[in-house]
Every structure is written in structure tokens, then in C-alpha cells.
Design a protein around this ligand. Structure first.
Ligand SMILES: NC(=O)c1ccc[n+]([C@@H]2O[C@H](COP(=O)([O-])OP(=O)(O)OC[C@H]3O[C@@H](n4cnc5c(N)ncnc54)[C@H](O)[C@@H]3O)[C@@H](O)[C@H]2O)c1
Ligand SMILES: O=c1ccn([C@@H]2O[C@H](COP(=O)(O)OP(=O)(O)O[C@H]3O[C@H](CO)[C@@H](O)[C@H](O)[C@H]3O)[C@@H](O)[C@H]2O)c(=O)[nH]1
Length: 458
């Protein structure tokens, strides 16, 4: 089919690459001339492992433009623009509104489905239908249907998540949903050739297809993110208590995760969640509740625990150093998670801001996100480390904020002698063996020489 993808951010690029790979012809449209110019030069504006290789392999089926003209010939139009939080937590729909207004004049009898892939408040599908109707003289509800097809990819593993999803959620009229199942047939049947940049997992089975209403599809997206966020906050809350009673959070979570009703994933305690989605979507759901005069105390608590975690990590540091004035603190990791350059709601941002506010000199490092941080975090005061070694040089302490593989594999004993005081606040629990430094972790005592390892074998 002929597809137009509006918005070439993390979701739009992933969607364009996926659809081109499974055989469709795709036009990617963005209002950012800078992004489109880069894509036209075959440069990828974001860091996402394997994406450049996949886009290069399907370039003959991909066109990049700032013009909406391609919408007229598209069978399916995807809306993948941002929905950032407004000041009160309600998602800001301005980009969705302007995308719908720009799509509408190009709708003729050809396009059958307009797909909302952006994460939007429940009811937005109907709102988009009305916007299209108001801005198009040729719009007919029987010919142009809006479908909700939420995206579940994680940054850093976007290709894997797009090509091998657990489920595909399609909300809308039966005809429109049937059209979408034809579009996704190679994905649903898994008949495409697995790209080298994202090989098919050995145990993978076909995705489930959830056919539902617009409203339920929109709710599924929010509820999924809220539940995942909740799981992480739960792990962090139990971690806090584990520290106080002498339990080990990793063993506790391993122990509970073996119950298949609970599941072992997304139970890693640490610095809490960050990123463009969990904070925004938990707030989005809470604000939807507020709109309907319905409290959401569980979600509210998950948010409180999440941001308290950033404070608690600083408290660990202060307990050791007493005052941060005049201290040199290294921060390892700036991106909100490994394998991305995304800095949105990154815990490291708050750490750097607070450390500086408390009088510390901050030296920060990230394997990928540093150039982006120097643009997007220009309001923060910190020194960019030219190398990991520089983070250690004369540091009074180091905080591990992001669990990049580069940090997991550090030769700590070779680096800690560079420090003024060998104190590591390992806020992602990446240090597995004793090192020549004092190590503080989350929800557990640091590995000791005579470490007891829980036997989880049969
Ligand atoms: N990032 C993720 O991992 C992820 C995963 C699932 C869902 N989502 C959701 O998907 C949506 C997009 O997220 P993202 O991270 O890709 O955003 P992003 O900010 O990376 O990209 C959005 C893009 O849309 C473009 N844009 C804005 N208005 C436009 C318009 N009128 N016409 C054309 N282009 C326009 C912007 O220039 C930008 O390139 C959000 O609703 C988000 O919540 C994101
Ligand atoms: O056990 C865990 C798992 C994750 N995190 C943190 O949680 C955040 C989010 O991680 P992850 O979910 O892997 O990345 P995202 O790219 O934000 O993906 C989430 O948000 C996307 C946007 O909506 C959804 O599409 C995905 O399904 C959902 O996982 C990161 O800061 C992680 O460090 C933890 O602290 N502990």
C-alpha cells in the first residue's frame, strides 16, 4: 500500500522503517525542515540502534518531505506527532490538531484510514474525525475512518519491538480495522524477511491482534504505560524498605517475579523511570481522572515514589559526604535509559540540577547523549567529561545514573584510584562484584567479598 507517516520522531521513523520493510511505499512528512533535510541526506536524526541500517536497506521505498501533498495518494495516513504534557499534566494536542488540519485538505476518495499512533487522551479519535470533517470539503465518515493504533516500542529496542510486537491494537470501525489488518498482514503473519539489524527472536510467536473500539484502544495505551510505571515504582518502594530491614531487592524481585502472575520484567529498582512517556502518560491518565472527578491514588503514589527515588539517591550521597559544597561529583549517564540519546525527563537532569544547587561541581558523561545535552541542557551548570576517566579524576563521589553497557563493563579498580574519595553511588545496581571503593546501591548492600548468592536453580 501507499502510506504517509506524519512526524518523523522516534515513533514516526520506526513506523516508516517497519512499513517500508514489510513492503509498503512510505512518505515521511515533518514540519521540521532540518529533520527532513537530514533524512534526505540519509542521515538519521535520532540515536536508535539498527535504525540507520534498516532505513538504508529500504530507501527505495521511502521519501522524506515537508509537504503534505503525498496524503492525497496515500491509502493509510499515520499521525505520529508529539503529545507533550501541558503545565497541568494534560497532554498538549496542538501538534495532533495541526497535523489533522494539514491532512484534511488533501483527503479525496482515495485515503481510507487515518491512523492515530500518537498517545492521546481517550476521545481524541473522535476529535480528530471532527477536525478532519471541519477542515475538508471532501470528508465522508463512510470513506475516511479514524483508527487508533497505539505504539508500544521502547527506545533503544525500537526495531525489535516494532517487528516483533506482543500485540497489535486496532481500535475503530470493523471496516477500518480490517483495512489495517491487510496493511499489517506481513507483520501479523511474520512473512517478512528478518532484517540483519534486528534478527527474529528464537522463541517468537505471531503477535495477537486486539480489535476494539477507538476509546478502548486509546485506554489500552495509557493503562499499559501506567501499569509498567507502577511496577517500577513498586520495586523501588520495596527497595527502600529492603535497605532498612536488610533484604536484597534483587533477590526479592527475582523471588516474586518467578510467580507467572507477577512476571519478572520491569521490576528493576534504581533511579526510577524517566523518558518521554511514563511521566507524561501517568500524568495524562491522572488528569483524565480529574476531568471526570475521579481520583487515581494508585497512579499518584507511583509518581510520588518515582520522583522521591531521585531525592533518595542524593540523600545517600549527602549521608556519606555531609556537605556537597566544594565537592566534585561525577555523573555517569545522562540519557534516560541506555541505547538512546533521548534526554526527556532523564533522572540525570534532576541530579545535575540539584547537585549544582547544593554547591557541588558536576562532571557528567554519556556515551551518546552528550552533544544533545549541551544543546538541550544549556540551562544546567556542569562540565562535560571528554572521557569516562575524566569523570573519575579527583571526584569525591560518582553516581551511576544510566546503565549503559560501557559502564557495566568498566574496569572500576583501574579507575577509582583517580578519585579523591572512592565512593560510588550505583543508582542502577550495575556493579556485580566487590571493587576497591565504597559502593552504595539501591535496595541492597553493596557486593561484599563473601557475597551470598540466592540459589534460584531447580
Ligand atoms: N518515543 C517513544 O518511545 C514512544 C513510544 C510510543 C508512543 N509514543 C508516542 O508517540 C508520539 C510521538 O512520540 P515521539 O517520541 O516520536 O515524538 P518526537 O517528538 O520524537 O517526534 C514528533 C515529530 O513530529 C513532528 N511534528 C510536530 N507537528 C507536526 C505536524 N503538524 N506535521 C508534521 N510533523 C509534525 C515534530 O517535528 C517531530 O519530528 C507521542 O504521542 C508519544 O507519546 C512515543
Ligand atoms: O525495570 C525497570 C524498567 C525500566 N526502568 C526505567 O523506566 C524508564 C522507561 O524505560 P522503558 O520502558 O524501557 O523505555 P521507554 O522507551 O520509555 O518505553 C516505555 O514508554 C513507551 C512510550 O509510550 C512505550 O511505548 C513502551 O512500551 C514503554 O516501555 C527508563 O528510565 C528505565 O530506566 C526502570 O527503572 N526499571
Amino acid at each position: 500500500m501507499n502510506v504517509a507517516v506524519i512526524g518523523t520522531g522516534y515513533v514516526g521513523l520506526g513506523t516508516a522503517a517497519l512499513l517500508a520493510h514489510i513492503g509498503h511505499t512510505v512518505t515521511g512528512i515533518d514540519i521540521s525542515e532540518e529533520k527532513i533535510a537530514m533524512l534526505q541526506r540519509a542521515e538519521v536524526p535520532i540515536h536508535e540502534p539498527g535504525l540507520d541500517a534498516l532505513l538504508a536497506s529500504v530507501q527505495s521505498r521511502l521519501t522524506w518531505t515537508t509537504s503534505y501533498d503525498a496524503v492525497a495518494a496515500a491509502d493509510v495516513v499515520f499521525i505520529c506527532v508529539g503529545t507533550p504534557p501541558g503545565p497541568d499534566g494534560t497532554p498538549d494536542l496542538q501538534y495532533v490538531v495541526s497535523a489533522a488540519a494539514s491532512i484534511a485538505p488533501h483527503l479525496n476518495g482515495h485515503t481510507q484510514v487515518i491512523v492515530n499512533k500518537s498517545t492521546v487522551p481517550i476521545g481524541t479519535g473522535d476529535y480528530v474525525t471532527r477536525l478532519l470533517e471541519e477542515n475538508s470539503v471532501t470528508f465522508h465518515a463512510e470513506r475516511h475512518a479514524v483508527v487508533s493504533n497505539p505504539e508500544f516500542l521502547r527506545e533503544g529496542t525500537a526495531l525489535h519491538d516494532s517487528l516483533y510486537p506482543d500485540r497489535i491494537v486496532l481500535g475503530g470501525s470493523p471496516d477500518a480495522v480490517a483495512h489495517m489488518t491487510r496493511l499489517y498482514a506481513p507483520l501479523i503473519e511474520q512473512t517478512f524477511v528478518a532484517p540483519a539489524s534486528a534478527p527474529r527472536p528464537e522463541t517468537y510467536t505471531r503477535p495477537a491482534v486486539v480489535k476494539t473500539t477507538l476509546q478502548s484502544a486509546e485506554m489500552i495505551k495509557y493503562a499499559a504505560n501506567a501499569f509498567l510505571a507502577l511496577k517500577i515504582s513498586f520495586a523501588n518502594e520495596i527497595a527502600g524498605l529492603s535497605e532498612r530491614v536488610g533484604a536484597d531487592i534483587e533477590e526479592v524481585m527475582t523471588g516474586i517475579g518467578m510467580d507467572t502472575r507477577i512476571g519478572s520484567r520491569f521490576l528493576n529498582a534504581g533511579l526510577g523511570w524517566g523518558g518521554s512517556c511514563f511521566g507524561k502518560d501517568t500524568q495524562g491518565l491522572i488528569s483524565a481522572g480529574r476531568e471526570h472527578n475521579y481520583d487515581m491514588p494508585i497512579l499518584q503514589a507511583a509518581v510520588t515514589v518515582n520522583y522521591r527515588q531521585r531525592q533518595d539517591v542524593l540523600q545517600k550521597l549527602i549521608r556519606q559526604l555531609r556537605t556537597l559544597k566544594g565537592k566534585r561529583i561525577g555523573v555517569l549517564g545522562m540519557a534516560f535509559k541506555p541505547d538512546t540519546d533521548d534526554l526527556r525527563d532523564a533522572p540525570a537532569h534532576d541530579l545535575i540540577e540539584r547537585l549544582h544547587g547544593l554547591g557541588a561541581t558536576v562532571v557528567a558523561h554519556d556515551p551518546i547523549a552528550m552533544p544533545r545535552a549541551s544543546r538541550e541542557w544549556a540551562h544546567l551548570t556542569y562540565h562535560e567529561a571528554g572521557s569516562v576517566e575524566q569523570v573519575f579524576d579527583r571526584a569525591d563521589a560518582i553516581i551511576v545514573a544510566t546503565e549503559w553497557t560501557d559502564y557495566r563493563t568498566l574496569d572500576w579498580n583501574a579507575l577509582t584510584p583517580r578519585m579523591r574519595r572512592p565512593l560510588i553511588i550505583d543508582a542502577r545496581n550495575i556493579i556485580r562484584n566487590p571493587i576497591d571503593a565504597q559502593v552504595e546501591q539501591i535496595g541492597r548492600d553493596a557486593p561484599a567479598a563473601e557475597e551470598f548468592t540466592m540459589d534460584t536453580s531447580l
